[in-house]
Design a protein around this ligand. Structure first.
Ligand SMILES: Cc1cc2nc3c(=O)[nH]c(=O)nc-3n(C[C@H](O)[C@H](O)[C@H](O)COP(=O)(O)O)c2cc1C
Length: 385
């Protein structure tokens, strides 16, 4: 069956990904923290809003879905968020997602926890990706990350700030995810049940995190490096840290994981170029609010000039239309890209982008609009149900 018929939406990719991946990785992608209330709420709250249908208004021959975020053009109003270890879900997964994004004219954000490194991505796509930064407890490691960004011509860094402590994801505890740093019989059994994935990933040797490869303090092999990277996260980030980074990094700086208007106002004072309104896809604070419901108040607190990017729970083109109608500039999606690359590699990611693009265009047109700009300017095109 062709990709076009097999995959109609994000959930179709998720189902295939779950069948293709070993359970330990499928659960790692899917899971949220504790009771997974925030995870569910992120989805449910899209239903708080309804879009206005407008008829008999002239539409442009082609819709313009482009947006400008902190001065940079993106052909579409959404893109892949930073997701760790994409290349464990499909060989060279970071490259696959980065290539499909570059082809579509949208930005790609490379996670600190990526197998493929900045240079590899740049070589594969011809453009430097944006970089998501997790600060390590050792300032020298952080300085090395920033140097690598400068060398590769990275323009924008996303400092993730919502992981002061890693929350408990019960699915991962059950699967022993955090403790895995070598092959165990249980893991081998899981891998054996997923022969396609095993052939793809295990032939040629288990991958390593390029950014810390050859640094003995992080160990060897992606799983050990993952454990060490997480354990070594700087737990004492403060607004001073943001100020120091603002000083040290002359490119664009976004902070990712802001989810309260008071913090959005502080971010504006700190002089960042933008924030990502995010609850880490329901993977950190459980029982927090959904991000979509917070967009209007976050925009107000942030003011009009800094960019407001949002993520957590976005699965549909209509979700993205709602976010922009409520005042966001851009949407990141995490799991959908992980599922698409796990299911079908680069072709799958390219198809996912087309599906979401088409859904946005149809939604806009049925609202009597033909561009994201018109949507942003139209008052009252979204209502609380
Ligand atoms: C498997 C997985 C790995 C992630 N890794 C990172 C990461 O390395 N850095 C980061 O800032 N956020 C990470 N995130 C969070 C995403 O960037 C994003 O905030 C979240 O996935 C958005 O929610 P969504 O998955 O519902 O779209 C990860 C999320 C998932 C699902």
């Amino acid at each position: 069956m062709s990709l076009e018929r097999r995959y109609q939406n994000v959930e179709d990719f998720a189902q295939v990904a779950r069948r293709r991946l070993p359970k330990i990785f499928a659960d790692y992608i899917d899971g949220g923290s504790f009771s997974e209330t925030t995870l569910r709420r992120n989805r449910e709250d899209f239903d708080l809003f309804a879009l206005r249908q407008r008829v008999l208004s002239p539409l442009a021959a082609t819709s313009d879905l482009s947006v400008t975020v902190a001065g940079r053009l993106s052909k579409l109003p959404f893109g892949p968020g930073p997701v760790g270890f994409l290349a464990l879900y499909r060989k060279n997964g970071d490259i696959a997602v980065a290539r499909a994004a570059a082809e579509a004219g949208i930005p790609f954000v490379l996670s600190t926890f990526s197998i493929n490194g900045l240079g590899t991505i740049r070589e594969a796509t011809g453009v430097a990706p944006d970089f998501q930064l997790y600060l390590d407890e050792d300032p020298e490691v952080n300085a090395a990350h920033l140097d690598a960004c400068r060398v590769q011509g990275v323009e924008r860094i996303f400092l993730t700030v919502d992981t002061a402590i890693t929350s408990v994801r019960e699915r991962d505890v059950r699967n022993g995810f955090r403790g895995v740093d070598r092959m165990t019989p249980g893991l081998l059994w899981q891998f054996a049940q997923r022969p396609l994935w095993s052939l793809d990933l295990l032939l040629g040797g288990f991958p390593e995190v390029e950014l810390v490869r050859g640094r003995p303090e992080f160990g060897r092999g992606a799983m050990a490096q993952a454990g060490n990277l997480s354990r070594r996260l700087d737990k004492n980030l403060t607004w001073d840290t943001v100020a120091e980074l603002r000083h040290a990094w002359s490119g664009q700086l976004f902070i990712k994981g802001v989810s309260d208007p008071a913090d959005a106002a502080r971010a504006r004072e700190a002089g960042v170029d933008g924030i990502v309104l995010s609850n880490h896809g329901g993977r950190q604070l459980d029982h927090g609010r959904s991000t979509v419901a917070m967009i209007p108040e976050m925009r107000e607190a942030l003011g009009p000039s800094a960019a407001l990017v949002v993520d957590s729970g976005f699965r549909r083109g209509s979700d993205i239309v709602k976010a922009l109608a409520l005042g966001a500039d851009f949407v990141l999606m995490g799991r959908p890209f992980a599922w698409a690359v796990a299911a079908e590699g680069e072709a799958g990611v390219a198809h996912l982008i087309v599906l979401i693009e088409r859904e946005i265009e149809i939604t806009l047109n049925l609202m009597g609009l033909s561009s994201m700009e018109e949507l942003r300017q139209q008052e009252d095109c979204i209502l609380r149900k």
